[in-house]
Design a protein. Structure first.
Length: 437
């Protein structure tokens, strides 16, 4: 692996792309440490230290922002508004004919959808920024901190608007940095920024495990967590690479004096066709009742029930609800992202067929049958990956959103594999063996 990266740096054009990407990453990490105006930095640090390891409802979003959310910096919202906007546009493409038509127009349609995604990202950033400022002003951002109500000393309208505009501009800059990596770097910019945000929380989280451990000064717990993380990464790599290849044969056609077709290929259907999206959907949906209960006044029965059953990661109700939601959203996302009828029509249009299956509707039914069969193990795998690390690490005093949890492992491994493949594809022209043998 080190030799492979050394060869990549020896290639002039690829070296420039790698160095440019590293420069953008440095700028991004610097922005996660610049506080926004109107915030008392000393009080924020006091509350962060007091709530270390117990980030509560905002732990997942804080992980995606690289720890910038609870620091209330200019990049506090991170890449989450863009991710949310992308998912919303992808879902709306199925139900809005105009967006579906744009998707079929090729590069021009994709550029238009990307523009809509940017507009929606800014709107979501304004909404989320306003919510974060309101939460910080009320003191609910850090539960149990004695100076939580003093994080925003000046609560005037002007200061509030300035804070929201600053965070919205920070989100726009993060989106621009991601697009720069895509255009002038090694590609896959938004995913790389998400990868960096999650990886940035590794050192502090691992050191927290070590300092809170009791066996041999915490080193046994530290080693056990590293071992569990390596095993989970290996499992995720194995499953993420697994796919069902459906053979496709194209009939030979004579056009003039030339012969076209007659080739054999396959349709790769991944076991985990939905990726990490079901885990994000399930986590977000489970946060809604807890968030409503947090801002609700009084001590009503429903609020007490939610706080006792749906906010603790090791509670049976939370575990069962989380697992069932992941399975449901896995089937839901696969159903809207892969259209068997469209694939069957395209195959029929170009003279393709699956051996032993008639073209047209029988092909679509066969693809639906295979997709449902492989989605079951994929959804169960997502549920286990999301729950097993969390339950195993509770005994070591880790928070629910520890970096070796299911969501972070899926994102890191997925982005890492995709980035390696992109670098590998640029080196294959030079008779390079590749990273993945």
């Amino acid at each position: 692996m080190l030799t492979a990266f050394a060869r990549a740096f020896k290639t002039p054009d690829l070296r420039k792309k790698l160095l440019f990407t590293l420069g953008i990453i440095v700028v991004y990490r610097m922005g996660t440490h610049v506080p926004i105006p109107g915030v008392s930095y000393s009080n924020v640090q006091t509350c962060v230290d007091a709530n270390k390891g117990t980030q509560g409802l905002f732990g997942l979003v804080n992980m995606f922002s690289g720890g910038a959310l609870l620091q209330i910096t200019i990049f506090a919202l991170g890449i989450m508004p863009y991710i949310t906007a992308s998912i919303i546009l992808q879902l709306l493409t199925v139900v809005i004919p105009r967006l579906e038509a744009l998707k079929k127009e090729g590069q021009a349609g994709t550029a238009k959808i990307t523009q809509y995604t940017r507009y929606l990202t800014v709107a979501l950033a304004i909404l989320q920024g306003t919510g974060l400022v309101a939460t910080a002003r009320s003191g609910a951002l850090f539960q149990g901190c004695p100076v939580a109500n003093q994080i925003v000393p000046d609560q005037s309208i002007f200061v509030t608007i300035t804070m929201v505009i600053t965070m919205t501009a920070g989100t726009a800059i993060v989106m621009w940095l991601g697009e720069l990596i895509t255009d002038r770097g090694i590609g896959n910019g938004m995913s790389i920024l998400m990868f960096i945000s999650i990886a940035a929380t590794f050192p502090s989280a691992l050191w927290t495990i070590k300092t809170t451990g009791d066996l041999a000064g915490g080193w046994i717990e530290f080693g056990a967590v590293i071992l569990v993380g390596l095993v989970m990464v290996g499992l995720v790599v194995f499953v993420e690479q697994a796919q069902r290849r459906i053979p496709v044969q194209y009939a030979k056609r004579m056009i003039g004096r030339r012969s076209y077709g007659g080739t054999s290929t396959y349709i790769p259907l991944k076991v985990n066709q939905a990726g990490v999206i079901p885990v994000i959907f399930a986590s977000s949906l489970l946060y809604i009742p807890a968030l409503v209960a947090q801002f609700a006044g009084g001590n009503s029965g429903w609020k007490t029930w939610i706080n006792d059953h749906l906010t603790k990661g090791n509670h049976p109700y939370y575990i069962v609800s989380y697992f069932l939601l992941i399975v449901f959203f896995a089937f839901f996302y696969v159903a809207i992202s892969f259209n068997p009828e469209e694939v069957a029509d395209n195959m029929k249009k170009y003279g393709g067929f699956i051996p032993g299956i008639r073209a047209g509707r029988p092909t679509a039914e066969y693809l639906s049958y295979v997709l449902n069969r492989i989605t079951w193990p994929g959804s169960l795998y997502l549920g286990l990956i999301a729950l097993v690390p969390t339950m195993a690490l509770v005994g070591f005093g880790a928070s629910q959103n520890f970096p070796f949890g299911g969501t972070s492992i899926l994102i890191i491994v997925g982005v890492g594999l995709e980035t390696v493949k992109q670098i590998e594809s640029q080196l294959q022209q030079r008779n390079y063996e590749g990273f993945l043998r």
